[in-house]
Design a protein around this ligand. Structure first.
Ligand SMILES: [Zn+2]
Length: 148
């Protein structure tokens, strides 16, 4: 690198000296100035080629679709909104499979949804199910305890 700068410095100073009368002192000063200038130019600028990184193409399958409506609006008391077609249903599971050939897992992945936060049933429906489960005692199964 510094050899390259010296060569360039010599070329510039020689071409300059050939056009104008320089005293030995001026010549020395010119050599130093040109050399410093070239060194700062070359040293101060990073080579763009070294900075550029190769980027892999994004995998299209992993792209999450942007939901067409605010996510706050998709799960309501009376209905849950289908992000594929905008239909309002009490429960989406059967609809997704029939109308869009999507499993619930596919649907959640497609829109980057959290299944716990955005269930496929409306709030009223899930509340009814919870009540029903409680009445039937399903909520307490698995603990091996029986009510007297
Ligand atoms: Zn739909």
């Amino acid at each position: 690198m510094s050899t390259e700068i010296l060569k360039l410095t010599a070329q510039i100073v020689i071409s300059h000296a050939s056009m104008s009368e320089l005293t030995p002192k001026e010549l020395v000063e010119e050599i130093r100035d040109v050399h410093n200038l070239l060194a700062s130019l070359i040293g101060g600028e990073p080579t763009p080629a070294a900075v550029v990184e190769e980027k892999g193409a994004p995998a299209p399958a992993e792209v999450v679709k942007k939901p067409p409506v605010p996510l706050d609006d998709i799960v309501k008391d009376k209905y849950v909104l289908c992000l594929e077609c905008g239909k309002k249903m009490r429960t989406l599971k059967a609809h997704l499979r029939k109308a869009h050939h999507l499993s619930p897992a596919d649907y959640f992945r497609r829109y980057g949804l959290d299944p716990k936060k955005y269930p496929l049933v409306c709030r009223e429906y899930s509340e009814q199910r919870r009540q029903l489960a409680k009445e039937k005692g399903l909520g307490e199964r698995g603990f091996g305890r029986k009510k007297a």
